[in-house]
Structures are given as structure tokens and as C-alpha cells.
Design a protein around this ligand. Structure first.
Ligand SMILES: [Zn+2]
Length: 48
């Protein structure tokens, strides 16, 4: 359920064009981090 909401939010950001950018610091999220968790709204340093 939680995962579904995250994927939904990721799709919404994809539509807005903000997908791939951290919601905390606004930085580009690293590709390898996105590969591991494509629905993550945070970059590696903010998520940890
Ligand atoms: Zn960040």
C-alpha cells in the first residue's frame, strides 16, 4: 500500500517534470540510487 502510494507520487512527479530531483535538497538524484529505488523522492544523502 505504502509502496503503491510512492509509485503514484513518482508518476505524478514524472508528469510535473520534477522526477529525479530530491524533494528535500532539490539536487539531482543519482542514477544508481534511482535504479535501486525508482519511487524514491529523496536523494541518497537525504534518504539516509
Ligand atoms: Zn537530497
Amino acid at each position: 500500500m505504502d509502496e503503491l502510494r510512492r509509485i503514484d507520487a513518482a508518476l505524478a512527479r514524472l508528469r510535473e517534470g520534477s522526477y529525479g530531483y530530491c524533494r528535500i535538497c532539490g539536487d539531482n538524484i543519482a542514477d544508481d540510487w534511482l535504479d535501486q529505488r525508482p519511487a524514491s523522492p529523496f536523494c541518497k544523502s537525504c534518504a539516509l
